[in-house]
Design a protein around this ligand. Structure first.
Ligand code: AP5
Length: 218
């Protein structure tokens, strides 16, 4: 880590827009907590918990997990010591009730500083998602064409096996995009009205997006 930022930031964008890729990179560079609701849910699924079993039925079909489950999970997470100064919420909120619950939970010194919308044309997203591979151990995100590993199927960062997410099948992706359009896209107007929304053209190289993101988050 090289510096710190006092950003309390939401990364908003369609599936495959590059939120996770960039959030991981920002968290490696500056001192802040990367809070990904998708990663938290996948950890629950992997642990075999009841919450994980419930969530999996929604995730595998490309549907959003019920609001209250997610809201309780995030409330608990942002109370933890590493999330007191600065954080990125990656994949939360995704519905109006989630955004309202977040507002109700944050105030004064703790208020949101930025909401960054990752803009990528829909026809690019399918290729990003079907080609994504994720390390089963360290969580590094790869892509068979855009960001290939040196050895196929093996993570360059830690040498472990890569897997394909169970919701990165075309049928589930279609449903995820539908959920994004109907339930998450309305948040653009919600945050636009509050004057905290910034848009980034995320259909450029990851390095270019990263540099612009760091500037936006100052
Ligand atoms: P989640 O894990 O949050 O998935 P998502 O929002 O669908 O987003 P993704 O992780 O698919 O995409 P991303 O934008 O992070 O892209 P990435 O950086 O990986 O959620 C999964 C599920 O959990 C949901 O469907 C839902 O069921 C549940 N859930 C989670 N949060 C919830 C909530 N708040 N409420 C209810 N349910 C919830 O990049 C994708 C690929 O593209 C990678 O291969 C990457 O290498 C490549 N790539 C990235 N950037 C670029 C670039 N600039 N150029 C070329 N390729 C790139």
């Amino acid at each position: 880590m090289t510096s710190s930022l006092t950003a309390r930031c939401v990364f908003l964008g369609a599936p495959g827009a590059g939120k996770g890729t960039q959030a991981k990179r920002v968290a490696e560079k500056v001192a802040l907590a990367h809070i990904s609701t998708g990663d938290m849910l996948r950890a629950e699924v992997k642990s075999g918990s009841e919450l994980g079993a419930q969530a999996r039925t929604f995730m595998d079909q490309g549907k959003l997990v019920p609001d209250q489950v997610i809201i309780d999970m995030v409330k608990e997470r942002i109370r933890k010591p590493d999330a007191q100064a600065a954080w990125i919420l990656d994949g939360f909120p995704r519905t109006l009730p989630q955004a309202e619950a977040l507002d109700a939970n944050l105030s004064g010194d703790n208020a949101l500083t930025h909401v960054i919308s990752f803009a990528v044309p829909e026809d690019v997203l399918m290729g990003r998602l079907t080609g994504r591979r994720t390390c089963s151990k360290c969580g590094a995100i790869w892509h068979i064409e855009n960001k290939p590993t040196k050895q196929e199927g093996i993570c360059d960062a830690c040498g472990c096996e890569l897997t394909q997410r169970s919701d990165d099948r075309p049928e589930a992706i279609g449903k995820r995009l539908e959920e994004y359009r109907s339930l998450t896209a309305p948040l653009l107007a919600y945050y636009g009205d509050r004057g905290v929304l910034r848009e980034i053209d995320a259909n450029r190289s990851p390095d270019v997006v990263f540099e612009e993101l760091l500037n936006l988050m100052q």
